[in-house]
Design a protein around this ligand. Structure first.
Ligand SMILES: Cc1cc2nc3c(=O)[nH]c(=O)nc-3n(C[C@H](O)[C@H](O)[C@H](O)COP(=O)(O)O)c2cc1C
Length: 175
């Protein structure tokens, strides 16, 4: 396992993938990293879909331009009915933690993948309803992120954003 700072610093959004499939054992580890992620009240409202078949990959490619040739795509969804609900004391009345939980799950998977040498790109630019419908997901679920994953292509490299746009540490306020 890489040192965590090395892992976090070296990870970048991969936007060109090799077609080589990910070994089952590695996929299991990636999914396991998501499974053990923290969620509000441990309610685990996330719903994860692993797209690998030609049919599933062609469906997702039809509704999202950001799959970048990945052989596999993890679809991260959540069931709001299962999310911890806000109250007067907890966030606010009407708040639902489900999407926050699902994005933590996605982060765990993204970092575990990188630790295994597998790249990913967090994708938010897609129409939730179209992805939901084309995959035939249950009505109570909402898709919040796509994570195309796979081995980076030989010519894959970090975008300029990866290097240039992080705000300096001075943006952290110490109170
Ligand atoms: C919530 C979220 C949504 C994103 N959506 C997209 C996207 O739709 N397409 C894409 O190519 N990259 C997307 N990205 C990747 C960001 O552009 C990228 O993380 C950022 O530019 C920093 O680059 P780096 O990941 O290489 O360090 C998204 C990242 C996050 C966290």
């Amino acid at each position: 396992m890489k040192d965590f700072m090395e892992l976090a610093q070296s990870r970048y959004s991969v936007r060109k993938f090799d077609k080589r499939p990910i070994e089952g054992e590695k996929l299991e580890k990636i999914l396991e990293a998501g499974r053990i992620a923290p969620t509000a009240c441990n309610y685990q409202p996330q719903r994860i879909y692993l797209l690998q078949s030609e049919d599933a990959m062609s469906k997702i490619n039809a509704v999202c331009r950001c799959i970048y040739g990945a052989p596999t795509c993890i679809v991260v969804a959540y069931d709001e009915n299962r999310g911890a609900k806000g109250t007067e004391e907890l966030a606010y009345e009407g708040f639902n933690f489900a999407e926050m939980d699902a994005t933590i799950v996605c982060t765990h998977m993204m970092l575990e993948a990188w630790d295994l040498g597998i790249g990913s790109c967090w994708v938010g630019a897609f129409q939730r309803k179209r992805v939901h419908d084309i995959l035939g997901l249950p009505a109570n679920e909402t898709v919040c992120a796509l994570l195309p994953i796979g081995y980076p292509a030989e010519e894959s490299k970090p975008s300029n954003n990866h290097y240039s746009l992080r705000d300096p540490m001075e943006t952290v306020s110490i109170l």
